[in-house]
Write a protein that binds this ligand. Sequence first.
Ligand code: ATP
Ligand code: MG
Length: 424
Amino acid sequence: MSARIQAIRGMHDLVPEGMACWQRLESAVREIVDAYGYQEIRFPVLEKTELFKRSIGEVTDIVEKEMYTFDDRNGDSLTLRPEGTAGCVRACIENGLLHNQVQKLWYMGPMFRHERPQKGRYRQFYQIGIETFGLAGPDIDAELILMARRLWQRLGILDQLELQINSLGTSADRKTYRVALVDYLQQHREQLDDDSLRRMETNPMRVLDSKNPEVQKVVASAPSLVDYLNEEARADFEGLKSTLEACGVAYTINPRLVRGLDYYSKTVFEWVTDRLGAQGTVCAGGRYDGLVEQLGGKPVPAIGFAMGLERLVALLEEAGDCPQRTPDVYLVLVGDVAISQGASLAESLRDDLPRLKLVQHCGAGSFKSQFKKADRSGAGYALILGDDEVEQGTIGVKPLRGQGDQVTVPIAELARHLSDMISD
Ligand code: ATP
Ligand code: MG
């Protein structure tokens, strides 16, 4: 045997057995985005490196050390997308979706970051993202949070999540705040690590984001950006809070919540859980009013968020509430004549009952071995067609989950018989 080739570290296969929670999550998301009037957008997983540098920011974890960047055959520097917002904005500008119109969009797909793999942190992971354009808030800010809450409710995990909000103000607010923050950090520089010292010079708000417990202690008493908000940012933040209160959404204000990317302004928020150890943020987002212009479009206010599907699936798995999808019926075919008629019988049932989930046994085999497979498939019923049945124009219908005895049904009446059974 040849040596096996293994998957890349931190990049996982999702095998059928583990898909139930993924499917439950994804179909709940589709229902909810539909219900709120959001439209799907898709864009490439590969973009020019410049796109991410210019949007996410040079002095961020992602751009400094997490991107999968390589030269294309013609020498262009390309990067596997580490997040969706930058590509989404690029696609919207390029396709003229932002000319005096509101867009409410969502997308789903893999993202790539070269991080140290651990529980809840992978090198290829999946996100579902929501982005809206042309709305300055705070009504839309609240809508995004309410939409996420409805999703958690539908999935039965709302009580495991806490909503944290903050406002990063306008860029003028951050400029004033920056001076106060650097001043404070300078006074505690002996407690900062090298990363934080460097960031204090280049991008001091990133220090608030540090995962180092020593730095976090210093940061705990740092000045708060909320105290530096101008009239407009303050009014928006108050507007968001009062809508959340009117809708009965519990929240905490976390003044250290700055988000790890450069493009955010005003409202930022995260949904966090204490059930997943260190990787507790399952959904994060915020307003990014400057980004469209920064990427070459006309200025358009925007806000969005992204959720990490692996972390949400982990919560759903813990709740243990994701039934496997199983077939309604498994068609057992014993004998040459029965086998030769199996496909046309299966197709005519599919014509008559478009929602029927029918697995046709392929590959012949004894009655006993086929019956075992029928049982293992999780199907509700086995349909048993042998040469005798073909001759008599009948078929056996055997309940597999303890719903009574086997009955013999004329083939002409099978579709009606099944539709009665499946609908109850
Ligand atoms: P963290 O602080 O955990 O590194 P982040 O701020 O880098 O998160 P975002 O860029 O905001 O994460 O991405 C949004 C969401 O995507 C996160 O809240 C998380 O659920 C998920 N996510 C981010 N990075 C990873 C990863 N490497 N593996 C799995 N999920 C991830
Ligand atoms: Mg990160």
